[in-house]
Structures are given as C-alpha cells and as structure tokens.
Design a binder for this molecule. Structure first.
Ligand SMILES: Nc1ncnc2c1ncn2[C@@H]1O[C@H](COP(=O)(O)OP(=O)(O)OP(=O)(O)O)[C@@H](O)[C@H]1O
Ligand SMILES: N[C@@H](CCO)C(=O)O
Length: 319
C-alpha cells in the first residue's frame, strides 16, 4: 500500500479546478511506493499523478520543484510538475503538501536489456551535462558527511567482522575523498534505481522519484546506477550492462581523469551508503507501515564484490 492519506473524488475534483488540466474522470490509489501517497488521476484531457508528501522535510520541496522544472525545460524525460493558473506548483491537500505531475508512460525494468541500459546511460549523461549549471543548492544528504556519524548507529547490530568492514571502509573513504581534488559538481537524482524509471519497450518513458535529488559529485549518481543496474545476483558487475551504460553516458559527458581515479572507491562508497541506509531502516528507524524493508545484505555483498574484485575497466570514450 502507498496511500497513507485517502482522498475523496470531491477533494481531488476541487483541487483540479485550480489547474488548467481538465475535469476529474477517475481517481485510483497507487499501491507502489513507501514514502508518499500516490494517486493516478485521469481527467477528460490527460493522465496525471498526484503525490501527497507524508514524510521528510517539507521545506525542501521547492528545491525538488525547481530541479524538475529545470530538467523538464531541458527536455529530460522527467515529470515536470504542473503549475496552476497563478504559476504555483506546490499546494496543500488534506493537510499535506501536494504536487500534480504528468503521468509518464511505461513500467520499470526488473532485468534491463542492453538497449534499456544504453537509454538510461544516455539520459543520465544528458541530465548531468545540463545539471552542472542548475542554480539550486541542496548538499548531498547521503555523502561521506552522513556516513561518518551514521555508521556508528548500526555497528552494534553487526557481527564483529562486519563492524570491522564498515569501520575500515568509512576510514578509507575519508582518506580518499577528504584529500581528493573536487570532482565535477551538479544536480543528482540521488536514487536512480531501476524502479525509479519507466520504459515502453526500449524507450525510456520517464525518470521519477526525485526526492533524494541534491547537488554534489555527479560521479555519486553514476555509481548508484552501476551498482543497481549492472550487478548480477551474486553482487558481481555485469560487464555488458556496465559498458552499455557507461559508453552511452560518456558520449554526453566524458568522465574526467579525477573521476576515473575516484571511480572504484565511489562504487564502494555508494554500496556502503545503501547497506547503511537499509540497516538504519531495519534496526534504528523502522517505518510506521508494515511494508517489507529492502534487504541490507544485498548491498553488503555488492560492497564485498567491489572490494575484492575492484571495478571493471571504464570503456574508452569514442571520438
Ligand atoms: N509521474 C509518474 N508517472 C507514472 N507513474 C508514476 C509517476 N510518479 C509515480 N508513479 C508511480 O507511483 C509509484 C510510487 O511513486 P514514488 O516512487 O514517487 O513513491 P514513493 O512513495 O516516493 O516511493 P519510494 O518507495 O520509491 O520512495 C511509482 O512506483 C510509479 O509506479
Ligand atoms: N532505492 C532505495 C530505497 C528508496 O530510497 C533502496 O533500494 O534502498
């Protein structure tokens, strides 16, 4: 379930009156998702998605609106929020902040094929190419500055071996990223897993769920993508999917020498970022609802695979 706040048809019909988006035909709660209440809204003019924000820091919502507006203006396949007749996107409905989006076509790929990997790499490369100039600012809430204090919260739940693994890793990242030259910066999606994309066949219909969006190292975003999209069930990298994503990405934005150097460590740090965030959900801050949390073990094994086998060679940039 992902309707934490039910809405009546009358509430939604009244809400729609502010927008130039047609009149309500049907309203349907969306079962997927864990954080917000999501509804598919059909009007006599178009298909929309209505999101009520249940959690998180509502002060940050204007950042997400600005980021989605910016990416939409640059023709990225993202749901640019609808603005009402007065130009306002962010409203309140049933006491919760609310945004209305176009409904993007397609469904998420569980086992992406190479054409889908290529499409994703191309879109992310295009996104990072323009997001470097995005004027907004929201420091990455899940980078090293977060790992440093937060990993202490879960150590007590881990085996002695895993405690050593986690502590040693964080210390290593501190040594590497604390001293490294600044990597290219820009706006990131921050959680670009397969289930945050929609595909119609091999065509990328949309990238959704920008609520981890922030500004920081672009390489962080790319490493999250590779760890999710190009990892086999045993945690090892899948060379074909890896190369398909990275080749397409680099046509749009070739990696710098500093990024190439930082890459193996960034893969490890973003694997640990999800091992840790999932452990925090399981042990420290379980959600109120009864949805099964994501498995932390999956990212522990991805981390171990990156640690023991390193990164794959990065594909060369084709001229
Ligand atoms: N613009 C959109 N177009 C089409 N479908 C959408 C759109 N936005 C959301 N959805 C659908 O609603 C579901 C839940 O949306 P979303 O991922 O934003 O919710 P969430 O509660 O933030 O979930 P998560 O657990 O991924 O953080 C998505 O999996 C997708 O199926
Ligand atoms: N993509 C996250 C969940 C949503 O933030 C995970 O797989 O742990």
């Amino acid at each position: 379930m992902a309707v934490f706040t039910p809405l009546s048809e009358t509430q939604v019909a009244d809400f729609l009156d502010r927008f130039d988006a047609g009149s309500l035909v049907s309203l349907e709660g969306v079962p997927a998702g864990t954080e917000n209440s999501t509804f598919f809204v059909t009007t006599d003019r178009r298909d929309l998605v209505l999101t009520l924000f249940e959690q998180g820091d509502h002060e940050e919502l204007p950042f997400f609106v600005e980021l989605l507006d910016y990416l939409d203006e640059h023709r990225l396949p993202v749901p640019g929020p609808l603005h009402d007749r007065e130009g306002v996107a962010l409203h309140s409905l049933a006491g919760k902040p609310a945004l209305l989006f176009p409904r993007m076509p397609g469904k998420f790929p569980k086992a992406p094929n190479l054409a889908q990997c290529q499409a994703l790499g191309d879109a992310l490369g295009r996104m990072h190419k323009v997001s470097r100039y995005f004027p907004g600012h929201r420091p990455n809430p899940r980078d090293l500055h977060w790992l440093l204090p937060m990993h202490h919260k879960v150590l007590g739940y881990l085996s002695p071996q895993d405690q050593t693994l986690m502590k040693d890793e964080v210390e290593t990242y501190q040594g590497v990223f604390g001293a490294a030259p600044e990597l290219p910066q820009g706006a990131l999606h921050g959680d670009l897993f397969r289930d945050n994309t929609l595909f119609e066949g091999d065509r990328l219909g949309g990238i959704i769920d920008f609520y981890n969006g922030c500004t920081g190292d672009l390489l962080f975003d790319l490493a999250i993508v590779i760890n999710d999209w190009a990892t086999d069930a045993d945690g090892q990298l899948n060379a074909k999917r890896h190369d398909a994503i990275l080749s397409a990405y680099q046509v749009r934005r070739p990696l710098t020498d500093a990024e190439r150097e930082a890459w193996p460590m960034m893969l490890r740090m973003t694997a640990l970022r999800y091992w840790l965030s999932r452990l925090l959900v399981v042990y420290v801050d379980p959600p109120a609802h009864d949805l099964t949390p994501h498995d932390p073990e999956q990212f522990r094994s991805i981390l171990l695979a990156r640690l023991n086998h390193g990164a794959l060679p990065l594909p060369e940039v084709s001229e």
